[in-house]
Design a binder for this molecule. Structure first.
Ligand SMILES: O=C(O)CCC(=O)C(=O)O
Ligand SMILES: [Fe+2]
Length: 307
């Protein structure tokens, strides 16, 4: 596939994706398409009900009220990740007090907790219990994510990521981004970035994200949206991600990009090796998503999903 061939999101539904490609996930792996979008995977009402439930259960806080004290310990700073077993944060970050940009996670993040494997797997176990209760009646967004992925991948089996002894990772994670929380240009890879050699997910050739928007944030006419760049991570781009000069590099090298414009209820899948970003928008409501990572190898029958 040459650089000049069109790079277009597969939109708006499963049928479109499966008509365009027999195996749409292989097109994602190759970088031939930027993303697969499934519109209205769940209704806006169901999204609102879910968000209301999370606030009622005190798993999130109402942005119209002052932040309860206990959330300041749970808040995750912008730009945070750890590498391998190293528990020292790799990147410096501005404190959330300075920026007012706070992220609250409901679930178990391998990126955040994976440096201590036992603690991560124990935390993941608790997440399975919590999600079991949360989604026992009503819409189960995790099941919906897995079902859609299963239809997209046809003959492979979608399962929650697990270690050879059967211990499971967190099935998905809910992330609420308050105050214009921003993801600067980055890529995600347990293999190439975090180097988590001691985890089973390290063995997959490709990593995707599956993200379901539960609530967006809006300021004037602007909503927070993911921008995907037509650039798979490599050594040449790496210094630009670290130094914050990716936009200059992209302009110099005429790297195209595409916004993926989503509303509450829309679901999208993309290759996390593609450089991507979500510029924050400091609207009244936090942007809330249900997010997963997906491990894919052409020659493996199973697809692993985790968070
Ligand atoms: O929230 C999104 O749409 C994508 C976020 C992202 O890039 C990440 O969690 O690594
Ligand atoms: Fe990402």
């Amino acid at each position: 596939m040459t650089k000049n061939s069109p790079w277009k999101v597969l939109d708006p539904d499963l049928e479109t994706a499966l008509d365009a490609y027999e195996f749409p996930l292989e097109a994602l792996a190759a970088g031939t398409i930027p993303a697969i979008v499934l519109r209205s995977a769940i209704s806006e009402e169901a999204c609102q009900q879910l968000v209301r439930r999370l606030i009622d259960d005190e798993l999130l806080f109402d942005p119209g009220q002052p932040m309860p004290e206990r959330f300041s310990d749970l808040a995750i700073p912008e730009g945070y990740y750890r590498e391998g077993r190293n528990s020292v944060p790799k990147q410096a970050w501005q404190s959330q007090e300075e920026t007012g940009r706070i992220r609250i996670d409901i679930g178990s993040s391998l990126g955040y907790r994976g440096s201590d494997k036992e603690a991560f797997l124990a935390h993941s176990n608790e997440t399975h219990e919590l999600f079991g209760e949360l989604f026992a009646d009503g819409v189960d967004p995790v099941r919906l994510m897995y079902e859609n992925l299963q239809l997209l991948c046809r003959d492979k089996q979608v399962v929650t990521a697990h270690e050879p002894d059967g211990r499971r990772y967190g099935p998905a994670i809910i992330r609420a981004h308050y105050g214009g929380y921003t993801y600067p240009p980055h890529f995600d890879s347990v293999r190439l970035r975090e180097k988590r050699e001691d985890y089973a997910v390290h063995q997959f050739d490709h990593q995707f994200a599956g993200v379901l928007v539960l609530q967006n944030t809006q300021l004037g006419d602007t909503t927070a949206q993911c921008v995907l760049h037509r650039c798979l991570w490599d050594e040449a781009v790496d210094p630009h991600l670290r130094n914050g000069t990716f936009h200059d590099y992209a302009a110099e090298n005429q790297i195209e990009n595409t916004d993926v414009i989503l509303n509450a209820g829309d679901l999208y899948f993309f290759n996390t090796r593609s450089i991507h970003e979500v510029p924050g928008v400091s609207g009244k409501l936090p942007r809330i998503v249900l997010a997963t990572f997906i491990g894919f190898s052409k020659d493996r029958d199973e697809i692993f999903v985790w968070s």
